[in-house]
Design a binder for this molecule. Structure first.
Ligand code: SAM
Length: 429
């Protein structure tokens, strides 16, 4: 049975507020969990049958009338932030960012509100599935999904409820069903696959394994599952060469290979892929290459939120000069990564028996995705390769900036319930 532990980063953030009182003059002397919003809570309207529409992003946070508010200020303000974010994602409206919503002046406890909002978002696919299985939203028209997500996050992974209003009471009444659905989803979630992929992703983000992470740690974790490298098969014994130039990553790779029992097939090796000789005899039968090279990680949900970690407040305090310098540095980093990615694809095309090359990133930047494909297409075509569609049933395609964009696969972190990533497949014709 997967063990569900309380989430440490949120606990830490919540605990920190008792050491550092909030700056709001209004709430300075009260602990946040002692503040209830029941006085502001609209009581359930028994007649309500149509759920009010969420406010449009960019508008003042208006909690729809008649909808239950969360009893704790932190949960309520997190739910309001979530409402705006989900609404913005749904309508593709710009303007609402996690940063602007959770660090806004009216937010009483910015750090814990940020933490609860981010953690709820990270667990969203799982929370949606759990709530659907328990039928909670169908039972209570007064319970807005944004509030249900935050409260079920708090109940299942967070600190639970110290104050209770009608929303908490409704969620608590279904506690056992929610816990059972969670355990069942975690036990039955496939390790890979498309439609349920977000559930297995969410399992990777379970509190038991989560910790407060730096930007780099987050990327490291993101990169820990397998390795880039050519795969090979001969008629008698299929083999996968798995290369990583980083010794630490190689160790993780070896551990993962051992864990999955693939030791007889996968051959981890520390090597710089760019300096391998594709014409070496040992690679003469390499027919497939999966390239998952270093990338900006801009598609990962964690990295999309990292800029909101507390130090971001200091960064933004540096003013516009500070942030544009950071932007320029990031742009330069992406450019360097893209150059490396192009070189890696071009190098992979040199394996003499190669039939299929998969190029993937967990980036949402055009420069690392479609632009890399555009840069390598002439060489790929000259070697007899064409783009092919790896996932015809998938709806989101490459940006229309390169020939064959309709054969490229993209995912959107908010719209698709996954991290943002990109896949291109070349096949020799
Ligand atoms: C995005 S990660 C992918 C790792 C693995 N596929 C995964 O899913 O966890 C990129 C990996 O490429 C490795 N890498 C970067 N440049 C390399 C090179 N020139 N040769 C071999 N590996 C390299 C990095 O060390 C990193 O572990």
């Amino acid at each position: 049975m997967p063990k569900v532990k309380k989430h440490k980063s949120v606990l830490a953030a919540k605990q920190s507020i008792t050491k550092k009182p909030a700056t709001s003059t209004q709430h300075n002397n009260r602990k946040p969990q002692q503040q209830t919003q029941q006085q502001q809570s609209a009581r359930p309207s028994k007649q309500a049958s149509v759920r009010p529409k969420a406010p449009r992003a960019g508008h003042a946070a208006a909690w729809p009338a008649g909808q239950w508010r969360c009893a704790s200020v932190i949960d309520q303000q997190s739910a309001e932030a979530l409402l705006r974010l989900l609404s913005a994602a749904e309508t593709r409206t710009a303007g609402a960012t996690i940063k602007s919503l959770t660090l806004a002046p009216h937010i009483v406890h910015k750090k814990p509100t940020y933490a609860v909002t981010v953690e709820t978002l990270k667990h969203l696919p799982l929370l949606k599935a759990v709530l659907a299985a328990a039928g909670l939203l169908q039972q209570h028209q007064e319970l807005l999904p944004a509030a249900a997500y935050v409260l079920s996050y708090e109940l299942l992974f967070g600190q639970g409820f110290r104050s209770k209003g009608p929303a908490e009471v409704a969620v608590l009444a279904q506690k056992s069903r929610l816990q059972e659905s969670l355990q069942s989803l975690l036990q039955h979630a496939p390790r890979s696959g498309s439609s349920a992929g977000h559930i297995s992703k969410a399992r990777g983000q379970q509190p038991s394994s989560s910790k407060k992470r730096s930007r780099q740690q987050s990327r490291d974790d993101e990169q820990a599952a397998a390795a880039a490298g050519p795969s090979s098969s001969s008629s008698s014994s299929p083999r996968v060469f798995a290369f990583d130039k980083d010794p630490k990553r190689l160790k993780r790779l070896q551990a993962n290979v051992a864990k999955t029992g693939a030791g007889s097939i996968v051959l981890p090796r520390q090597a710089d892929f760019l300096t391998l000789d594709p014409t070496a005899a040992e690679f003469s039968e390499v027919r497939g290459v999966i390239l998952d090279p270093s990338c900006s990680g801009s598609g990962t949900v964690v990295s999309r939120m990292d800029h909101l970690l507390p130090q971001a407040e200091l960064d933004s305090a540096e003013g516009p000069g500070g942030s544009s310098a950071a932007d320029a540095a990031e742009q330069q980093r992406v450019e360097q990564l893209a150059k490396f990615q192009e070189a890696a694809v071009l190098h992979a095309l040199k394996f003499p028996a190669l039939q299929r090359l998969v190029y993937s990133t967990c980036s949402v930047h055009q420069r690392e995705n479609e632009d890399v494909v555009a840069a390598v297409l002439p060489a790929a075509a000259a070697a007899g390769f064409k783009l092919v569609d790896p996932f015809p049933a998938w709806h989101r395609r490459g940006l229309p900036v390169v020939a064959g964009a309709e054969l490229l696969v993209r995912t959107d972190a908010y719209q698709d319930g996954t991290d943002g990533f990109f896949v291109a497949v070349f096949e020799r014709q």
